[in-house]
Design a protein around this ligand. Structure first.
Ligand SMILES: [Ca+2]
Length: 134
């Protein structure tokens, strides 16, 4: 357990944790023309996975969690975003059974660049209650 915690802390240290809930969202979506910034679809999209860092490359919009291999997205995401319209937090794990190393994003949060533990290494995602919910 201590090793897992250490790894997650390490990831937070090297990854850019991006809180897109406020002005940062506008900055990202209006950023470099080469980057496809996060869309804000607002309807039936809970999570957006991007094959490249900085919300670039191919994107996968999902609203139902599970094994990403079935969508052709196992070990592929390099940046992730949970739109602020999403009602729950989402957990991302390195194993397709939902175990292994993991991190959680609240609505409006994303990772511009996943650290080495998670880059191209997410196999499963699911929604989880927000803190304080049952
Ligand atoms: Ca990738």
């Amino acid at each position: 357990m201590s090793m897992i915690n250490h790894s997650i802390n390490d990831i937070h240290g090297i990854a850019n944790v991006v809180d897109l809930s406020n002005d940062a969202a506008a900055n990202v979506s209006g950023g470099a023309s080469t980057a496809k910034g996060p869309a804000f679809p607002g309807e039936h999209v809970d999570v957006i996975l991007y094959s490249g860092a900085n919300f670039t490359g191919r994107r996968l919009e999902i609203s139902t969690g599970g094994d990403l291999a079935g969508l052709g997205w196992a070990n592929r995401a390099s940046s992730v975003y949970v739109p602020k319209t999403t009602q729950r937090s989402w957990v991302f794990t390195t194993r397709k059974d939902g175990k292994g190393l993991n991190f959680t994003l609240k609505p409006g949060q994303g990772y511009r660049r996943l650290g080495r533990t998670f880059d191209n290494n997410i196999e499963y995602t699911k929604s989880v209650p927000q803190p304080g919910e049952q």
